[in-house]
Design a protein around this ligand. Sequence first.
Ligand code: NAD
Length: 313
Amino acid sequence: MNVLVTGGAGFIGSHFVRAMLAGRLPGLESASVTVIDKLTYAGNFANLGPVAHDKRLDFVPGDVAESALVDVVARGHDTIVHFAAEHGVVTNVLGTQVLLDAARRYGTARFIHISTDAVYGSIPTGAWTERSAVQPTTPYAATKASADLLALAAHRTHGLPVTILRPTTTYGINQHPEKLIPRLVTSLLTGGPAVLTGDGTHTRDWLHVHDLIQAVALAVTGGRPGEVYNIGGSLELTHRDLAGVLLDELDTGSDKVEHTPDRPGHDLRRAVDDSKIRQELGWRPRVEFTSGLATTVRWYRDNPGWWRPLRPS
Ligand code: NAD
């Protein structure tokens, strides 16, 4: 199996590549991997450090929206796993279409498109199913929803074997410190406050990155083409409660929480029903939140050299 991974130097993509080359993803143990990554502020080749010299890894620094490059890179791959995303239409919409076109040209056998639960927007109670309409709140979520529609259209029109995954908010080591958990942890570790946007009642269902990459592997080996699979987390928590858990974990006083004005379009609650992937592919989250968070906090504590240069000074 030859797998092309886009965004493989980012948070989730690098976990996927490292686990695949370490033989920790069932069915993908003998895969060879090409990573294409533009190395934006969120991409870091050091994330691939442990496998950088593996002969089965090829790294191409480049943009998925550049069709001439993608045309050369995609050739010879039977599987594409598309993680690359950023804030903007070019990567998320145009880049996805460029990859879909290349996959069609080369008869790629599998195309896994990594979407997000943000495409559904906020839900006050209950959980979105895969049949729920996409109603993205933010421009970012709208670009992700657009990519999903392009991917599904490529399946319906041309029979392209695309499977879409919509995971909830994901955490783990090697995540850029602009994201909530690393932002709070690195601020507390440097003696700063835990700053929450708004009143802290925003709620997310936290998914550990190890659980997510197992779901991606299951989608590669058994996901049905043309289908969408939601991936839920292991614990739903308000940001305020999350900050409380982190203050305990880092043994910091509870007066360390500060609030700034909420940002526009901040979904109050996101939640998905993931019974489809549980029933069809036998997936379920296995990393318990408390231990996943403790491991994550410990890693940030032990690896300031990784995150210090990435934090605003
Ligand atoms: P990330 O920002 O850590 O990594 C994205 C990677 O894509 C980076 O390495 C970046 O350099 C690369 N990239 C960006 N634009 C590119 C381009 N034009 N060409 C090639 N490479 C490019 O993101 P992440 O958190 O790892 O997210 C990966 C995917 O998972 C995204 O599609 C995201 O929407 C989805 N997702 C993330 C979360 C989460 O909580 N992190 C939750 C749900 C879904």
